[in-house]
Unconditional design. Structure first.
Length: 256
């Protein structure tokens, strides 16, 4: 039996410090394996342009490691905020900190590639996918051919990959999805049956992106964590408003 914690969206700014989470939360994460969604790029210089670019300093990868968050999904709508260069810089920072990742890459094949690791004597397999229906991007942000980006969610492909992980001896399989409607506190109806189908293949179906909490339930030995909320989202200035800076639904999170 392996202990695993799963948390939702994590987004650093260049002002984030080692005190980004409190000691009680850090203590909770200190045992077992902790997994989350890294929803920012890690780059040396802060972005000063007009677009919405969620970015933190590469040292934040060390903050993750020190909090025992040793695996992250990169399958989200902000991993390509600074194009391929941002993904390269983020991957380099994670590699340097000894953090494993999945769900995005410099090519489509790399983005779709599962992460397989052994933890506490248990072989685990992870995939990360971003749902194109939940948040249609203005352009093609997905990994496609030789284009870098996050892995696009296609149900049939995810199910096939999950079955392949099981065939490769993975005792625990995790599908981490970036989906839902932002700040709407219920699971959209088109994702309910999708979740049920995924639970037939994966042991854990985890979701983030809505910046609020969604239902969690068990289906025999599998568990659905459909919306984990914002585990940590640094305050972000956008269109003259400072987001994620005061108590609200988008300040709620769960450690599963």
């Amino acid at each position: 039996m392996a202990l695993m914690h799963v948390v939702g969206d994590i987004a650093f700014s260049h002002d984030s410090t080692e005190a980004w989470i409190d000691e009680e939360v850090r203590a909770t994460l200190s045992s077992g394996l902790s997994v989350g969604n890294l929803e920012c790029v890690l780059v040396d210089e802060p972005y000063t342009g007009d677009g919405l670019v969620v970015n933190g300093h590469p040292r934040a990868a060390r903050y993750l490691r020190e909090a025992n968050i040793r695996v992250v999904s990169l399958a989200n709508n902000h991993i390509r905020d600074l194009q391929e260069a941002g993904i390269v810089s983020t991957q380099r920072a994670l590699d340097d900190a000894g953090i494993a990742y999945f769900g995005a890459g410099l090519t489509e094949a790399e983005a779709l590639e599962p992460l397989i690791l052994e933890e506490q004597g248990v072989r685990m397999g992870f995939i990360g996918r971003q749902d194109p229906i939940s948040h249609p991007p203005p352009g093609n942000i997905y990994a496609q051919g030789d284009q870098a980006g996050p892995a696009r969610f296609v149900l049939s492909e995810a199910l096939e990959t999950g079955r392949a992980l099981r065939a490769q001896g993975c005792e625990v399989t995790v599908c981490f999805l970036h989906w839902g409607i932002q700040k709407v506190p219920f699971l959209p109806d088109w994702l309910i049956d999708t979740t049920r189908q995924l639970l037939e293949v994966f042991d854990v179906v985890a979701g983030s992106h809505a910046h609020t909490l969604y239902p969690c339930w068990r289906d025999q030995d599998a568990v659905a964590l459909t919306g984990l909320g914002n585990f940590y989202f640094a305050p972000l200035m956008w269109q003259g408003e400072l987001l994620y800076s005061k108590p609200a639904l988008d300040r709620l999170a769960v450690i599963a």
